[in-house]
Write a protein that binds this ligand. Structure first.
Ligand code: GLA
Length: 504
């Protein structure tokens, strides 16, 4: 208990001493290089590999990598690794090093050449919740550059994903999105806002990032643009030929094709697309978007999915008292048994910063109405739940506070931990939530959340957490040790606030 009082005091100090504003938790990155990102990453034999080594610190920086397969090259100035994976499956231990005038850092990255992709939850940015049906190629490319320029890529944000509305909208009179949906050979066409989609993907790759896209197994997407129905193979091949690295496959109008509510009917379009993607000559992650129907978490992995939405749209979540991200998290957090390396429960994107309104998609994006504490809770929950981390706010208006929430290397390391466990629920009451995520090094990350309307002390005992003895206790948000904890952890939390504590 004594040490807990000390933590509370240290927290107060940390809040004021480490950042510009008392509400900012994450200390600023220093000038010396600091290598971030997962400890391991996967690629399939013979496929293209693109990876921008995430590192904070002053540029220019000089990167080196020992133990790289000869078919993969490093650009020492940018830290971009690119090439073809070896033809033989196996593991390569790559010794990464980054150096600048202020110092250096070293770290091992294990490159696993094998069948299972997404060994840690995918991270990136998705256009949906800001640009909706207004998305353009120019906006996508600008957002990709901003992922690098804002420093988000230095923390491991990697996929730049277009969502719905890059195709033609059948029947639309709008000259930008209307017109023929396919060419005479049945190949899918982009709308006029995407004049050169291949060039766009190439430029995203040129930044060392990966590109994601979207379609639907039905004849139309959710916004009634052209879907893949009856053209699944052709569209997947086109998506692979353009060079995409991720596909979100959104149920929507497929209901019309097969309204049966059986497990078999729900699986069918995903079995088909999973098998088609498997045959492509590049790695394409498959995100199943069917809102959790027929307990998708039980079979999403076996049909070739790497992640699956477990709920409806977070931006449309109506909840009585707590913000929508909390009620989505409550549905997602109980599915921890189904997540693991290569197969992740997806509770949808991170909607903070300047972000659109899913109820009024035509309205200009606005600053989030979530409090600072709620935003740190959001990111804490997504990290503990080993959720894919996709920001979906407007990259043009990324402010320092939002970056402070999104870019904390210790919190992200919990999300990216190589054990790949989703936190399990230790306790959930009306007022409190306690989560526990086992880590690869034998430690655990404990999430303490105050769901009530007043400040409140939330405590978790060793008996509940299944721990014994004295544990080193660390505050990942503030990169601070919290001394030694014995028997319990206990923190005073503001209304809707949450903290993570790592016990070793
Ligand atoms: C559905 C999905 C969203 C988004 C939109 C696009 O609502 O759940 O994530 O992709 O469609 O129309």
């Amino acid at each position: 208990m004594i040490s807990d009082v000390r933590f509370a005091f240290a927290l107060l100090l940390a809040g004021s001493a480490l950042a510009d504003s008392p509400e900012m938790r994450t200390p600023k990155a220093g000038p010396a290089p600091r290598l971030n990102g997962p400890e391991l990453t996967a690629v399939r034999a013979g496929h293209e590999f693109i990876y921008r080594i995430p590192a904070t610190g002053n540029r220019p920086m000089r990167f080196s990598a020992k133990g790289l397969p000869p078919s993969i090259q490093l650009d020492p100035a940018t830290g971009i690794l690119r090439g073809k994976a070896p033809e033989r499956e196996g593991e390569h231990r790559i010794a990464l090093r980054a150096e600048n005038s202020a110092g250096h850092d070293e770290r091992t990255l294990k490159l696993v050449v094998g069948r299972t992709l997404a060994l840690t939850p995918p991270m990136g940015w998705n256009h949906w919740y800001t640009h909706y049906d207004r998305i353009t190629q120019a906006e996508m490319e600008r957002s990709a550059r901003q992922l690098v320029d804002t420093g988000m890529a230095d923390y491991g944000y990697q996929y730049v994903s277009i969502d719905d509305c890059w195709m033609v909208k059948p029947g639309s009179n709008d000259p930008e999105v209307g017109g023929p949906t396919r060419d005479s050979a049945g190949n899918i066409l982009t709308n006029k806002r995407f004049p050169d989609i291949k060039g766009m993907v190439d430029r995203i790759h040129g930044l060392g990032l990966r590109a994601g896209t979207y379609t639907s197994p039905g004849p139309l997407t959710c916004t009634k643009f052209e879907g893949a129905y009856n053209h699944e193979e052709q569209d997947a091949r086109q998506i692979a030929a353009w060079g995409f690295d991720l596909l979100k496959y959104d149920w929507c109008s497929y209901r019309r094709i097969d309204p049966a509510e059986t497990l078999e009917a729900r699986k069918k379009p995903y079995v088909l697309m999973g098998a088609i993607l498997e045959r492509q000559n590049r790695d394409i992650l498959l995100n199943l978007c069917q809102y959790g129907m027929s307990e998708v978490w039980k079979w999403g992995g076996e049909v070739g999915g790497h992640s699956w939405r477990t709920t409806g749209d977070l931006g449309l979540e109506k909840s009585a008292r707590l913000p929508g991200f909390y009620s989505i998290a409550f549905k997602n957090m109980v599915l921890s048994d189904y997540a693991g390396p290569g197969r992740w429960n997806d509770p949808d994107y991170i909607l903070i910063g300047t972000v659109g309104n899913a109820f009024k998609t035509g309205a200009p994006p606005q600053k989030t109405s979530l409090t600072a504490d709620e935003q740190y809770s959001y990111m804490s929950l997504w990290s503990l739940m080993a959720s894919p981390l996709f920001y979906s706010g407007d990259m043009k208006f990324l402010d320092e506070f939002t970056l402070n929430v999104l870019c904390n290397r210790e919190v992200i390391a919990i999300n990216q931990d190589r054990l790949g466990k989703q936190a399990r629920v230790v306790r959930k009451t009306e007022d409190e939530l306690v989560l526990l995520k086992p880590l690869a090094n034998g430690g655990v990350a404990v999430g303490l959340f105050n769901l009530s309307e007043q400040k409140r002390t939330v405590t978790a005992s060793w008996a509940e957490l299944g721990l014994s003895g004295a544990r080193k206790n660390r505050d990942p948000w503030r990169y601070r040790d919290r001394g030694t904890a014995r028997g319990l952890v206990s923190l005073e939390l503001p209304r809707h606030g949450g903290e993570i504590t790592v016990l070793q």
